[in-house]
Design a protein around this ligand. Structure first.
Ligand SMILES: C[S@@+](CC[C@H](N)C(=O)[O-])C[C@H]1O[C@@H](n2cnc3c(N)ncnc32)[C@H](O)[C@@H]1O
Length: 243
């Protein structure tokens, strides 16, 4: 007789499920990110968050020639600006659903002295990217996939617009243990608040273990997928390449 193994990893207490559903309905993403844009920009405008964002580019070898990065859920543009500081030949499409976030991205671009050719804010829904097939060299997303009801559909869109040989990199909330003592030692109140809120918000939505992130990126068609836990265990990078 075959062994019967009960997998209890997906069994969850009913009250927790209800709490999550209610929380998700109360905290509607579009409203939160439109009205909370200033607060979000302040919380994430610290050197640790930005240095970490710049590591999205580690998926791709440094390039001397101009190349296009599509930053999905770009928010106030912090991630794109941090990546651009590291790699001056990168050009960004800062793509987001929230108008206020994109207004801030445009302001931050001007404050940094970047032209609109270097960072172009584009409003839209990542489920329907207004870009031709194989049109960008890299697709990034910083704390983005976890918010989406069907992140696999967005990964399919990312795959479509990425040129063959192009790179993909996401930083998402991590499902494993986190090191709160690491966070308390950080000198930035904005980082402490943002990572604490991220932990709560990702409980409502979704977190990724290394195995899950590896699997979803591989199933989306990317190869050489690597994951890396970061930010004291709060975040996890997933990086890969299109054939
Ligand atoms: C947590 S914020 C991340 C912002 C930025 N990447 C950063 O790390 O600072 C997530 C962003 O994704 C955007 N977003 C959520 N769903 C989206 C969708 N379907 N299409 C495009 N943007 C979306 C939100 O408006 C928000 O600005």
């Amino acid at each position: 007789m075959a062994d019967f193994v009960l997998d209890i990893s997906s069994v969850e207490a009913v009250p927790a499920r209800w709490l999550r559903r209610i929380g998700r309905q109360l905290l509607h993403n579009t409203l939160i990110f439109d009205f909370g844009a200033w607060g979000y920009a302040w919380m994430t405008g610290n050197p640790i968050w930005q240095a970490n964002s710049a590591h999205l580019l580690d998926a791709m070898p440094a390039r001397p020639d101009p190349f296009w990065v599509l930053d999905l859920g770009a928010g106030p543009g912090n991630s794109a600006l941090a990546m651009g500081e590291k790699q001056p030949t990168a050009r960004f499409i800062a793509f987001d659903l929230a108008q206020q976030m994109l207004a801030l991205a445009a302001q931050q671009r001007m404050a940094a002295g970047w032209s609109v050719q270097r960072l172009a804010p584009v409003r839209g829904d990542a489920f329907y990217l207004p870009l031709a097939d194989s049109s960008v060299d890299m697709v990034t997303g910083h704390s983005f996939l976890y918010l989406l009801p069907d992140y696999r559909a967005v990964l399919a869109e990312a795959y479509r617009v990425l040129r063959p040989g192009g790179y993909v990199a996401f930083l998402e909330p991590h499902a494993g243990l986190v090191d709160w003592s690491w966070l308390l030692k950080q000198p930035w109140a904005g980082l402490q608040i943002s990572l604490s809120l991220w932990r709560i918000y990702s409980w409502l939505h979704r977190r990724f273990s290394a195995e899950r992130l590896q699997t979803v990126l591989t199933e989306a068609g990317f190869h050489t997928v690597r994951t890396e836990v970061t930010l004291g265990g709060f975040g996890i990078f997933g990086r890969g390449q299109k054939s």
